[in-house]
Design a protein around this ligand. Structure first.
Ligand code: UD1
Ligand code: CA
Length: 473
């Protein structure tokens, strides 16, 4: 495919049944908007031009489409007077007069590039003036019916509201995806009228015009009808979302990923998985998440835009924009916030929250800790219950812990502060000042045991020597 192909994406419709402030084609499944899925399929054809027709909520829809496809031509349809009117506006915007023009809707998220390509090639090979991607379905209600003559040639596409009872019993229907010879389309569009049940300019009436002119019309059925289905309400959206997920999960299994429970595993369209990844139940891999070979993810884990190294283990974790090194271990019950980077073989353990934290190779934050705005050196071990106090109420400050350090349990590191290589801290230390390399930091006085009992009971106990602090109390 190439420069002689123009694709028109219709996205001007209102989508009232979504009952949403968000335009219909912007509703998401599988990590992309519906129109985003369509544009990805279109992009696979490397067309010379893509025109998107926008109308309803075009202040949302237009910029979204441009962000996904900067070279797109946006055509504005002020009033939705029908698909024929929308395509007329698109053709004017494109200025195309040669080659093939494909028309698709913006709300068919399961559509695949290969299907569009096969359809365009069939259309071109049969030298049709116009072709329709059709389907044979059990329940044709609501769709345009493909009317064929006794020879099987396509005579017309008749919309539901305009069809006779006989025509309504036809099970071959129009997907709304059509292919045109550009010259024929340019001549046919001005001839369309709106003399029909809906009072709209039907693009599908071009079929009758082609027949009247003695030109060839094709209808090429697609086996996988769901690829052409649109979502008009949120029930259909969820159904298509589940089906899209089922397809994505199945494809990853065929590519060598073990999925223990496909029904509770969600993988979005832009995720990338290496062979021999193992996904345990209730795992959601979202956005541009990448998982390396032999990594085991789950159960009960959501990762968005994360990069998980080969052989890593991530259990019951919520992560976003985090990088986990090869062979590292995360969870159970970890919260990886943006900017978390865990080095190879490192550990972020149980009830640990991290944010903008670089934790070196082999370093461990095993239990009950918050690490934010910090660098932790290779091989360092952070004691249980450590809080990096990065926020003074106004500004965020940075904490650095060197390599091979061992900090005690229940510490607070009051940022900005630096703990040197090989340093140690005692249990309960509040680190307010830098700790030089190789030093042990302790804070707070020695323990005091104050006797609160009545005087006669006190005599029964032999007290130890008082410490320096106790002497004064
Ligand atoms: C259309 C087809 C029908 C087909 C069905 C498949 C026509 C006349 N009918 O019917 O044969 O079986 O799709 O789903 O083409 N749109 C605009 N501007 C408009 C009107 C529509 O951009 O003025 C867009 C809509 O946003 C939508 C697409 O075109 O994405 C289809 O329009 P819609 O009104 O839903 O057509 P259907 O009645 O479903
Ligand atoms: Ca429709």
């Amino acid at each position: 495919m190439a420069s002689d192909l123009t694709v028109i994406v219709l996205a001007a419709g209102g989508g009232t049944r979504m009952r949403s402030k968000t335009a219909k084609v912007l509703h998401e499944i599988g990590g992309r908007s519906m129109v985003g899925h369509v544009l990805a399929a279109v992009q696979a054809l490397e067309p010379g031009r893509v025109v998107a027709v926008v109308g309803h909520q075009r202040d949302q829809v237009g910029p979204h489409i441009q962000s996904l496809m900067p070279a797109v031509v946006l055509a504005v349809q002020e009033d939705q007077k029908g698909t024929g009117d929308a395509v007329r506006i698109a053709v004017e915007a494109a200025g195309t007069t040669s080659g093939t023009v494909l028309v698709a809707a913006g709300d068919t998220p399961l559509l695949r590039g290969e299907s569009l390509r096969d359809f365009a090639l069939e259309h071109e090979a049969a030298q049709c003036a116009v072709s329709v991607l059709s389907g044979v379905v059990d329940d044709p209600f609501g769709y345009g019916r493909i009317v064929r003559n006794d020879e099987g040639d396509v005579e017309a596409i008749i919309e539901e509201n305009d069809a006779t009872t006989d025509q309504r019993s036809i099970h071959e229907i129009s997907s709304g995806i059509l292919a045109f010879d550009a010259e024929f389309l340019t001549e046919a569009l001005p001839k369309l009228d709106n003399d029909n049940a809906k009072g709209e300019y039907y693009l599908t009436d071009t079929v009758g015009l082609a027949r009247d002119a003695g030109l060839t019309v094709g209808a090429f059925p697609i086996d996988d009808w769901m690829q052409t289905e649109g979502a008009n309400d949120r029930v259909q959206l969820a159904n298509l979302g589940r089906e899209l997920n089922r397809r994505i999960v199945e494809q990853w299994m065929r590519d060598g990923v073990t999925v223990m429970d496909p029904d509770t595993t969600w993988i979005e369209a832009d995720v990338s998985l290496a062979p021999d990844v193992i996904l345990l139940p209730n795992t959601q891999l979202l956005g541009a998440t990448v998982v390396g070979e032999d990594a085991v993810i789950g159960p009960d884990t959501s990762l968005k835009d994360c990069e998980i190294g080969a052989g890593a283990r991530v259990v019951r974790t919520h992560g976003e924009l985090a990088v986990v090194g090869n062979g590292a271990s995360v969870g159970p019950y970890a919260y990886l916030r943006p900017g978390t980077e865990l080095g190879g073989g490192g550990k972020i353990g149980t009830f640990v929250e991290t944010k903008n934290a670089h934790i070196g190779a082999g370093a461990k934050v095993p239990h009950l800790s918050y690490v934010g705005d910090a660098d932790i050196g290779e091989g360092t071990n952070i004691g249980a219950g450590t809080i990096v106090a990065n926020y003074d109420g106004v500004n965020k400050h940075h904490t650095t812990v060197g390599k091979g350090a061992k900090t005690g349990a229940n510490n607070t590191f009051v940022a900005p502060v630096t703990i040197g290589d090989g340093a140690m801290t005692g249990g309960g230390t509040v680190v307010r000042r830098d700790v030089p390399p190789g030093h042990l930091a302790v804070s707070g006085g020695p323990q005091r045991n104050l006797d609160r009992r009545a005087p006669r009971d006190q005599e029964a106990t032999t007290m130890g020597e008082p410490g320096p602090d106790e002497g004064e109390s």
